[in-house]
Unconditional design. Structure first.
Length: 384
């Protein structure tokens, strides 16, 4: 019998828009909860009360960071569920008759909206985007003029290109027309100063695993605590808005992760923006014909960079080649990484879908040497 020892170097992780590594301090909080706070928060005995205290403390922490009241925060299993709950909830209540969204939204918004509008006979209207992928505010205003009884759903930062919407301008337009404003804020919560009051969202959503928290925990912010019909029924948890025993360890971990991220946003922003600019600089310098999708050097989230390489690179081989070189990145949407479906976002931006494109997404754990290493490998793939 032979014993094979395979020496494998650790791959560099540049897929943080898909998921981030757990912060060690978060893990400690979750471990403590797992051993010490195992009661059901709905139970009235001491163990249950202890879990309830943990849950409500987490809610207060999150609400404080979002600048909302704890009664406006509702826990979910993540971003997909929170988006579905809000969109279905508003549709079921009959307060709106139309939805206005963009073809560049995440599937967690596009797919439920298609189903809702088909099943409930509601109007679904897509706002136009300019060629860098920014929302056409004039067209939005036109649509709102026609459909004031609408809910506008526009994501804060696009998960593929990083493009940011002008939140305050969109909120203002919605307010002027009496429409509701939902934003898929999954990519920005924990990475931006997310002051819900200041930004003007009626509904926002978060997913803990995007900011170094655990998978399976998220929340929705509902301004004014406006109640709507829940999609998950069978218990009175979350003030009847989301049935099911709360994921106490996950929620406590999420609150800790958000507290840590919120406390270091400026430092992380400076560090990560530096990585992104260095990668852009090196790629421009070394790869003739490289292109950046969206508004990479303008109004764009500092953690995401979407790149299209020149035609000589085989799109099918790009991801496997980078994987062999020790770099984990994705092409297309986070949800379709692993599948070879083209990106609906890049397609909407006029890309053919046959080009070699990749999304590099950074976190505070990435280093400048890693960014330089990736630039070197991309150069090799383009020239080799
Ligand atoms: N919305 C956006 C913009 C995302 O990037 C993602 C995850 O990739 C989701 C929603 C889904 O979040 P979750 O994984 O928590 O369901």
């Amino acid at each position: 019998m032979f014993n094979f020892v395979i020496m494998k170097r650790k791959a560099v992780y540049f897929d943080n828009a898909a998921s981030t590594p757990l912060d060690r301090e978060v893990l400690q909080v979750m471990e403590h909860c797992q051993w010490e706070v195992y009661g059901n928060p709905s139970s009235v005995h001491e163990h249950g009360r202890k879990a309830r205290v943990e849950l409500e403390q987490s809610r207060r922490t999150i609400a404080g960071i979002m600048n909302v009241s704890p009664s406006e925060v509702f826990f979910t299993s993540g971003g997909t569920e929170a988006n579905n709950a809000i969109l279905w909830g508003c549709a079921l209540d009959g307060r709106i008759r139309n939805f206005i969204t963009s073809p560049l939204e995440h599937p967690a918004v596009l797919r439920p909206l298609e189903l809702i509008c088909r099943e409930k006979g509601m109007g679904l209207h897509y706002v136009k985007n300019g060629n860098t992928g920014h929302v056409d505010l004039e067209h939005l205003s036109l649509l709102l003029g026609k459909y004031p009884d609408a809910l506008v759903s526009l994501m804060h930062a696009n998960n593929e290109t990083g493009n940011l919407i002008p939140v305050k301008a969109v909120a203002e337009l919605c307010r002027e027309h009496g429409a509701l404003f939902h934003s898929d804020t999954v990519q920005t919560i924990g990475k931006f100063e997310t002051n819900i009051q200041k930004l003007g969202f009626d509904y926002a959503v978060a997913s803990a695993h995007k900011f170094h928290g655990p998978k399976g925990a998220g929340f929705m912010v509902i301004k004014g605590g406006r109640e709507f019909s829940p999609i998950i029924r069978g218990g009175g948890q979350e003030r009847n808005m989301r049935a099911g025993t709360e994921n106490v360890y996950g929620i406590a971990g999420m609150a800790k992760a958000l507290e840590i991220s919120a406390g270091r946003i400026e430092k992380d922003m400076e560090h990560i923006s530096g990585l992104k600019s260095e990668l852009i600089r090196l790629l421009y310098e070394n790869i003739d014909g490289v292109q950046f999708n969206g508004d990479a050097e303008g109004s764009s989230l500092y953690t995401i960079l979407n790149i299209t390489l020149p035609a000589r690179v085989d799109p099918e081989m790009l991801l496997p080649a980078l994987d062999i070189e020790g770099y984990s990145v994705s092409t297309g949407s986070a949800c379709s990484s692993g599948s070879n479906k083209g990106s609906h976002v890049l397609e909407a931006l006029g890309r053919s879908g046959t080009e070699a494109s990749l999304r590099v997404s950074f976190s505070r754990y990435n280093t400048i040497d890693e960014a330089r290493g990736l630039a070197g490998v991309l150069k090799k793939l383009c020239t080799g």
